[in-house]
Design a protein around this ligand. Structure first.
Ligand code: AMP
Ligand code: GLY
Length: 414
């Protein structure tokens, strides 16, 4: 089997390595890939969709796996282009990927299908936003489009709201677009992953992301500074509630709305005092959650995804270990406001944990940083204590100038 994985980060490296380890021994290809991913997968020589699709057709690619969301909604959409070319794709079509690309589309979907979520009002001006907030703080403001993880502001007071509103409507930092004013919810967050195949689904191992830059959930929001994954993160009763009130109605809703879906679907949930509520959908695996979850996966992910992409649901092909997996991210200086590239990474040879490269480059001197999030150091253990001790000890062996890392991944919010 020949598989092409689309994307270039730590999530895609974790997917590539897990797919490559499938018993059916697939051959892996990647676009655009990275130096680290290309240790396992062959880079596809393409500069855009046309060349990519043509190359996949010419080279007999059996399955295209979407890693990164941007390709799903770009131009005609990766899955749509694959469908037109007759290539099975694990990842939804553009219409369905609006669940991630448009917060307003997602909110309308949630309300229409009576799936628990925070109340919200869509607005298209600064003044309308102030009116919708109605002096109620904290409030949550969400730009209605892909904004590289920077389009959401949790505003404790009017000053914070006014600052974000001016970025959105006056400086137009994310371009033109509407905004959701959303009810502020409280409670622990959890990331639930579904593998969706039309009207069927499998709930995968849950995870928890650490979104803030610094220990104690301080500092700015980031793409994720670490993650914990374990089937024990959610007890069976909570999982049943999540399945019945959120996952199953979502899959029924996609069917009812005529939104085709074959691929991973990420449910970002808040466990509020009134029960689990949806904060966001993402039409792909989470990053860095993927780096934590994949090492727990057993079985044949490659055949599972190929079957799913062809409309054949085979949940018996994969399962998850009972233990715990902890992922610690090393980010470069200046992240998340900026990033620093070219910092030489040391200590990788001493690190006994699994290392996925989020943003690195191979140079004659060795691996160097090449982006905001640089490395994901991931360790497993039979207990939470064993996994987090190993992950932090191994992450401490790796370093580069200006490296930023949280020391409370797997400790806080557990
Ligand atoms: P999102 O990009 O939608 O995942 O939002 C980023 C982060 O903002 C989430 O992980 C939450 O921590 C926070 N957030 C989003 N929506 C809400 C909400 N309604 N209430 C409180 N916090 C929220
Ligand atoms: N971990 C958050 C995300 O993948 O969007």
């Amino acid at each position: 089997m020949k598989i092409a994985v689309i994307g270039k980060g730590g999530r895609e490296q974790a997917l590539v390595e897990t797919l490559a380890a499938s018993p059916c021994k697939p051959q892996l290809f990647t676009f655009p890939g990275s130096d680290a991913i290309c240790q396992t997968a062959t880079p596809i020589p393409a500069t855009g969709f046309d060349e990519l699709i043509q190359w996949m057709v010419d080279n007999g690619i059996d399955l295209c796996v979407a890693g990164e969301e941007s390709y799903l909604v770009k131009e005609e959409g990766l899955a749509n282009r694959c469908a037109a070319a007759g290539i099975p794709c694990w990842g939804p079509q553009k219409e369905s990927a609006q669940l991630e690309a448009s917060k307003e589309f997602a909110k309308d979907f949630l309300l229409r299908h009576r799936i628990p979520t925070g109340a919200a009002t869509a607005v298209d001006s600064y003044e309308a936003a102030i009116a919708a907030i109605g002096g109620q703080y904290p409030t949550v403001l969400k730009f209605d489009g892909l904004a590289a993880g920077k389009g959401v502001a949790v505003c404790p007071d009017a000053a914070a709201a006014e600052e974000f509103l001016s970025e959105v409507f006056i400086q137009k930092r994310f371009g033109a677009g509407r905004l959701l004013v959303e009810e502020f919810l409280t409670g622990p967050e959890i990331s639930i992953f579904g593998a969706i195949c039309d009207d069927k689904y499998l709930i995968l191992c849950p995870a928890r992301d650490y979104k803030r830059l610094q220990d104690g959930d301080e500092g700015p929001n980031t793409g994720g500074m670490g993650a914990v994954a374990s089937r024990r993160l959610a007890d069976p009763e909570l999982l049943r509630t999540i399945e019945e009130s959120i996952v199953a109605p979502t899959v029924r809703g996609l069917q009812a709305d005529g939104l085709p879906y074959r691929g991973f679907l990420y449910f970002g949930l808040m466990l509020t005092p009134q029960g689990p509520k949806v904060i966001e959908y993402n039409c792909r695996f989470g990053d860095p959650e993927c780096e934590a979850v994949m090492p727990l996966l057993r079985g044949d992910l490659a055949t599972f995804c190929l079957n799913g992409a062809q409309g054949k649901f085979t949940p018996e092909l994969i399962s998850f270990d009972e233990g715990w997996s902890i992922c610690c991210i090393l980010a470069s200086a200046g992240y998340p406001a900026s990033s620093h590239s070219g910092d030489l990474i040391s200590g990788l040879e001493n690190c006994a944990a699994r290392v996925f490269h989020c943003g690195t480059k191979k140079t004659p001197e060795g691996w160097v940083s090449n982006g905001g999030r640089v490395l994901a150091i991931v360790a497993q253990g039979a207990t939470l204590e064993a996994a987090r001790t190993a992950a932090h000890a191994e992450a401490a062996k790796v370093n580069f100038p200006g490296a930023q890392r949280r020391s409370d991944i797997g400790y806080r919010n557990m």
